[in-house]
Design a protein around this ligand. Sequence first.
Ligand SMILES: Cc1ncc(COP(=O)(O)O)c(C=O)c1O
Length: 373
Amino acid sequence: MTTVSPGRIPDLDTPALLLDIRKVQRNASTMVQRCQDMGVSLRPHMKTHKTIEAGEIMTNGTKRHIVVSTLAEAEFYAGAGFDDVLFATPLTQDKVQRCARLVTQLEQFHVMIDSSAGLDAIKSTPLSGKQWSVFLKVDCGYGRAGVSHDSVEGVELVRSVVSTPGVQFAGLYAHCGDSYHSDSPQEVKAVGHRTAQNILTFAARLKQEGIECPTVSIGSTPTCSQPADSMGQLTEVHPGNYIFYDVQQSLLGSCTLEDIAVQVMTRVIGHYPGKNHMLVDCGWTALSLHSFGQLPTGFGIIDGHPELKLSSMTQEVGKVHAVEGTLDFDKYPIGTVLKILPYHACATACMHPRYYVHSGEDIVAVWEPCRGW
Ligand SMILES: Cc1ncc(COP(=O)(O)O)c(C=O)c1O
């Protein structure tokens, strides 16, 4: 729900999550354009923001063709008029009734399986007047989930899907999370290329068996921000983080620090010259512990202050040191506002019950994300 709350950034209580609406819109339209240029359809993932408003922006207003990671998200978007929703977490028996309700409610709701247990869950719940639409999750090298792209079992599972009454085979889906382990833009491209080749080869094996594969989908923000040419042979990509971007993405070459749309606003709340640090009201409940403090500037980047390091955090507060030498306390009186660029925007956004959306210094909206599972 959007609640317009007139006000200005300096009036906000801290900590607060700030979203620069112009950067959000620019990040979204750049990805839409890139996918059009590649000739693939964009099925954006909602997991980074989990809001209706950003979902509308990412789908260019269509409210169609999205991926979600939890059933709470699926129900949230379905209730807000979104359709063609893919629940991209392997399905198990405990979740099948909620999925069945979504199939009935929506024109198109897709589930994903990577085992015969998933298919058994679907078989246990036949639908009247509708078919289940099933994606197969494929492991193309990331190693987290999915049937192996070159396995016999994968083809056998698809054969079982297509021969099950009341079930439609929707296609193949692989997340290239291994792109996050890359050391260079070349490596990111290589992961995108390898994943595309592996999944396309799998689709070709299915074709030899007489099985058509309507959708062949891969993606992550790194691979879709710096796509390999071969990704143009896919039908679809499904990145999500690009709507906000973050420090991690800038290190992978997906974006510049300028593109990062999200900041955690905090204030200086204590000076400790004897210990050479100051305290801010941003702990791990406002930023998350991602990055584990490994950046030269600690747990994030304090925007406009390369001389400062967020060196540690407890639940509600963080310690800020000088990157080098003695902290000049006079430069940061108590009450000073600092804005932190997060290392991992998905983890940071998840910590906040509302996002303050701004244009310049003006708050133009407050977005309330979906929470829970
Ligand atoms: C299954 C799945 N698909 C798509 C994505 C989107 O990738 P990214 O966050 O790199 O945009 C993720 C992210 O974790 C994911 O787990």
